[in-house]
Write a protein that binds this ligand. Structure first.
Ligand SMILES: Cc1ncc(COP(=O)(O)O)c(C=O)c1O
Ligand SMILES: N[C@@H](CCCC[NH3+])C(=O)O
Length: 422
């Protein structure tokens, strides 16, 4: 249940009619359900409940909206972050630094220093070279940095190539065969405390088999490291579990099935487990609400031109991703249309030849499952403002990020030499 349901003939988010939000905030606008965020956090916590003190670190990159982070912080979730901006957002939302994992292949020395002084659970390192930099930074601060090393298990995740992260063609982690040598090198570096190991093979995974293969590989490496004297405290199993995007799309395994598989595979590991779910928590907690600007006749089907575009929701243009389309006031009639935005690229296409609710100029529609990697990936392309965001909680709602015109926000007065014409 995602709390975006038909009530009295129109789609509501929890108790609030989407039409009301469109009228007051304008479109396009992202709308998030606090109840759905809480429900997803609780379902995952329940699926992992038999584990000993699991750390669930929400992948902030999926949706870093401060209101979303605040709801999740209150559910007791930690944060998996990949930049100092995400670190600050997580801390500002009240997330305990002891529940923050710092991932990413390109952490800078400045980012490392700020995270060390602010506090965190561990750095998830992606290379031995990165460990050398962190060691120098920690030493200069007279601090000890807790670190885990990310293993690349070379497992095909069966998802879109651009969001696969665990094969030897990807930039992430170190090859499994090099793990022991890499851990030994880390052990020799000053001011690092080697506490963990991590793996993450990709996003929107719809089968458990590649995850299980990756975890089994990790288990073998943990045994090898322990035999070599490493005392590991944390095995971080990453994120990646897919969500249902709707009709005809592959159905992902349930969190319960995922939890059962994890418990089976890690039964004898005797280690604290961490998880980095992003999409699973926020994906189906949000929709993109947009209005039909114009209906233009087409050769095969009409072009439905909406006021959202690829800059607001990039996933269809970038990954050919499917987002379910629905009218906010469905008439009951169905039609087939191409749904596109106003941006000057043919890639600005949300759906081709989609059978959907029949709509006309001025009508509101939603793209579902837009709560993860929607607003987070938006841009100001075509001098379009960044999309506003609204959080609904029961019958209350609030604008939690205003529409932002990047041209206004970032522009500076022209330099004198450019103003004088000759
Ligand atoms: C290191 C890491 N952890 C967690 C995630 C979150 O992934 P997802 O949103 O698929 O759960 C990602 C993104 O793929 C990631 O790169
Ligand atoms: N941005 C991707 C997911 C990437 C996950 C980050 N490693 C998407 O929209 O599906």
């Amino acid at each position: 249940m995602d709390h975006f349901d038909l009530k009295n003939g129109s789609i509501h988010c929890e108790e609030v009619p989407l039409e009301l939000i469109a009228d007051e905030v304008g479109t396009p606008v992202y709308v998030y359900s606090a109840a759905t965020l809480r429900r997803h956090a609780r379902v995952l916590k329940a699926a992992l409940a038999d584990l000993d003190n699991p750390l669930i670190a929400y992948a902030v990159k999926a949706n870093p909206n401060p209101a979303v982070l605040s709801v999740l912080a209150r559910e007791g979730l930690g944060a998996d972050i990949v930049s100092i901006g995400e670190y600050r957002a997580a801390r500002a939302a009240g997330i305990d630094p002891e529940c923050i994992l710092f991932s990413g292949v390109g952490k800078t020395a400045a980012e490392m220093a700020e995270a060390i002084s602010g506090g965190l659970k561990q750095f998830n390192l992606e290379s031995v070279e990165e460990a050398h930099t962190l060691s120098i930074v920690a030493r200069s601060m007279d601090a000890i940095a807790p670190v885990a090393l990310r293993i690349n298990p070379d497992v095909e995740a069966g998802t879109h190539a651009k969001i696969t992260t665990g094969t030897s063609d990807n930039k992430f982690g170190i090859p499994a065969a090099d793990a022991l040598a890499a851990f030994r090198e880390l052990r020799g570096l000053p001011n690092l405390n080697v506490t963990g190991i991590t793996v993450h093979i990709g996003s929107q995974l719809t089968s458990l088999a590649p995850l299980q293969a990756a975890f089994e590989r990790l288990g073998a490496i943990i045994a090898e490291l322990r035999a070599d004297g490493f005392e590991l405290e944390i095995a971080d199993l990453g994120g990646g579990l897919g969500v249902p995007y709707g009709a005809g799309q592959p159905e992902p395994p349930t969190p319960e099935a995922y939890g059962d598989m994890v418990k089976r595979v890690t039964r004898d590991w005797n280690i604290r487990l961490a998880f980095e779910p992003g999409r699973l928590i926020s994906g189906n907690a949000g929709v993109l609400l947009t209005r039909v600007v114009r209906v233009k006749p087409g050769e095969t089907h009409p072009w439905l031109i909406v006021d959202a575009a690829m800059n607001d929701l990039m996933r269809p243009a970038l990954y050919d991703a499917y987002h379910h389309v629905e009218a906010v006031h469905p008439s009951g009639r169905r039609a087939t249309a191409h749904v596109v935005g106003p941006v000057c690229e043919s890639g600005d296409t949300f759906a081709m030849a989609r059978e959907m609710d029949e709509v006309a100029e001025g009508d509101l529609i939603i793209f579902r499952t837009a709560g993860a990697y929607g607003a987070a990936m938006s841009s100001g392309y075509n001098s379009r403002p960044l999309t506003p965001e609204v959080l609904v909680d029961g019958d209350r709602w609030a604008l939690v990020r205003r529409r932002l015109d990047l041209a206004d926000a970032a522009s500076l007065p022209l330099p004198e030499w450019l103003r004088s014409r000759d």
